[in-house]
Design a protein around this ligand. Structure first.
Ligand code: CP
Ligand code: NVA
Length: 302
């Protein structure tokens, strides 16, 4: 299979920094890249809903001169008729690349088995790498330099947490995940990030102590209930409410900016007061999704 983008865990700091530079260059002068995907067709296979990912890939690929075909798989139309490998093999007959938002990470691997086109992870149970790259592009633009920054992720340990940790470890950013007991990030993925952090000299840590946060640069949160999880809000409300991002918490930690991948649930994981404040980088993150993804695509098809 041609190299796609599933996790970033195998990327070097040089490779990720080159993507961040490319994303910034695309953002500054998109016209320069208007032929980068000329004649290329990318299939977007989505097993889950999306606003930002779907629209930013579609418009972004259009700006690169390519064609995006959205394939809605949200009510399981494709499952049961043939194997994932056969679906991938057929898509490979026409498409030059596959962007896929799936429930299981393994689905991305299966989709890539029967073809030699790159598969890009548009979110799975374990990772959200396109989000992570956009997040670090946003932080680089806000702070100038990423090295040594201190990021606290607060809330449910999930796919967004994992990508924040993996990319942070590669880029030399300290990442602390502050999650209620029982909602910590996936231990093997944290171990992978810790191993990467040993090379870059930063700390990747997990705690449930929300009061331990001091001297932070950035607070980050995400939904407390991810797509595909049928838990009712009332069932987790009491456990998670102490982890809500409020203006008071933000001020206590000394952070300069707040991030959220969105969709955001106002007055749940973040208050409107903080989300709509001048400290919020949420819309910059959303805008940067397109620039980061276009850098990934330009690099894959260069
Ligand atoms: N952040 C993000 O991936 O948003 P969507 O679910 O709307 O694509
Ligand atoms: N953790 C969230 C991210 C949404 C962009 C989810 O998987 O639903």
């Amino acid at each position: 299979m041609q190299q796609g983008l599933l996790t970033f865990a195998e990327h070097s700091a040089e490779q990720v920094n080159a993507l961040l530079d490319l994303a910034a260059d695309f953002k500054a002068d998109p016209y320069k890249y208007r032929q980068a995907l000329a004649g290329k067709s990318i299939v977007g296979l989505f097993e889950k809903p999306s606003l930002r990912t779907r629209v930013s890939f579609d418009i972004g690929i259009n700006k690169l001169g390519g064609h995006f075909l959205y394939l809605d798989c949200q009510d399981g139309q494709l499952s049961g008729r043939e194997t994932l490998e056969d679906i991938g093999a057929n898509l490979g007959c026409w498409a030059d690349g596959i962007v896929a938002r799936v429930f299981k990470h393994q689905t991305l691997i299966e989709l890539g088995k029967g073809n030699d086109v790159p598969v890009v992870n548009a979110l799975c149970d374990l990772y959200h790498p396109c989000q992570g790259l956009a997040d670090y592009l946003t932080l680089k633009q806000a702070f100038g330099d990423l090295k040594g920054l201190k990021v606290a992720y607060i809330g449910d340990g999930n796919n967004v947490t994992h990508s924040l940790m993996i990319l942070g470890a590669i880029l030399g950013v300290h990442v602390t995940a502050v999650c209620p007991k029982g909602y910590e990030p996936h231990a093997p993925t944290v171990a992978k990030a810790v191993a990467l952090a040993a090379e870059s000299g930063v700390t990747i840590s997990v705690t449930d102590d929300i009061n331990a946060l001091q001297d932070m640069d950035v607070l980050y949160t995400d939904t407390w209930i991810s797509m595909g999880d049928n838990t009712k809000f009332e069932q987790i409300e009491q456990t998670f409410m102490p982890y809500q991002l409020t203006m008071d918490l933000f001020k206590q930690t000394g952070a300069k900016y707040v991030l959220h991948c969105q969709p955001a649930h106002r007055e749940q994981e973040i208050t409107s007061e903080l989300m709509d404040s001048p400290y919020s980088l949420l819309l910059q993150q959303a805008e940067n999704r397109m620039h980061a993804q276009n850098a990934i695509l330009i690099d894959l098809f260069k």
